[in-house]
Design a protein around this ligand. Sequence first.
Ligand code: 13P
Ligand code: SF4
Length: 384
Amino acid sequence: MKMAPTVLEPLQQPETVRVPEVEKGVGCNFDSYLLVPDHTLDERIAAAKQALGERVVLLGHHYQRDEVVKFADFQGDSLKLSQQAAAQSGAEFIVFCGVHFMAESADILRQPHQQVILPDLNAGCSMADMADIEQVEDCWEQLEEVGPLNVIPITYMNSTAAIKAFTGRKGGAVCTSSNASALFGWALARGERILFLPDEHLGRNTAYRMGIGLEEMVVWDPRRDLGGLTPEQLRQARVILWKGYCSVHQRFLPEHVERIRRQHPGIRVIVHPECRWEVCQQADELGSTEKIRQAVVASPPGSQWAVGTEIHLVNRLAREHPEKFIVSLDPNVCVCTTMFRIAPQHLCWVLENLTAGRVVNRIQVDAETRTWACVALDRMLSLS
Ligand code: 13P
Ligand code: SF4
């Protein structure tokens, strides 16, 4: 998954479009793009995109930099972008300005004639890296040894394709932060317990808001035998939470909420459900990145917001809405460094290569994994 950018394969179709400014052969060498300053790439990106026309669709997550996301045909949270990936059957190429698990999900949902491209293959997600398939299979075996627990696995979108396929095979599903409670309800109608991975916080916040008490949840530590739990604890639990977290959202603390309320009486606090339970308890609203955006946009002029999520989204909202007071809940900048990896240089490089008939940085999930991951994703999409 973490490889240096490589040219994967030539296009099958004869080349039909060219960007006049790009000399033949220039586009394949990424290093030469590193020397070009960000602002000078705008015209080249726009020209390449225009030359490709409807052959390409650009999807951009809300955490992307402005200089990248401004070229997106669709901007959104993980759910909206996965729905767009499934809906864009006309485009030959889906360029995903986001992180690896998002591009993988697009590859699972794409049509056979489409190819998915991630502009920088190093754009991963540290939370998704906190669960690997061997650990999850090992966990499942250990749960089975405890006896008939009737567990339904639900994996957050922020997980590998292999884990999504695992949940599909085991009668489970995928969820995002927009539809986690719908998927939890779905799972509890089918089984007695949920194994939720890899984000402990999203799992706890979702279950708690559905009326499941903290005492009915346990945390599975994949580094310890039986997750560090006893068989009795597992039998009493309704939700088994994988010990994983987002390093960006875990930085927000209850003290930040107290401080911002002291400094700005009446301010509304809205946070992403990847934040700690204690922070979510003190917030006025929780929501996915799309829900955060919608809530802030829909609020009247003069509204005050403290937002607990990645800084690029917060800054963009503040810039687009000068009539409102919008700040980050944490005064120290919270950047998702892997989202930040997608630079205009990468975007220009992949698009100019496409115009030259080369597909670079293709994300391709193997057929067996795709089949089962698709089952898990389809279960989610049918409930969204
Ligand atoms: P959203 O689905 O809310 O966009 O969240 C994705 C993510 O990675 C948040 O950290
Ligand atoms: Fe992953 Fe956190 Fe970045 Fe979201 S903000 S992509 S969960 S590391």
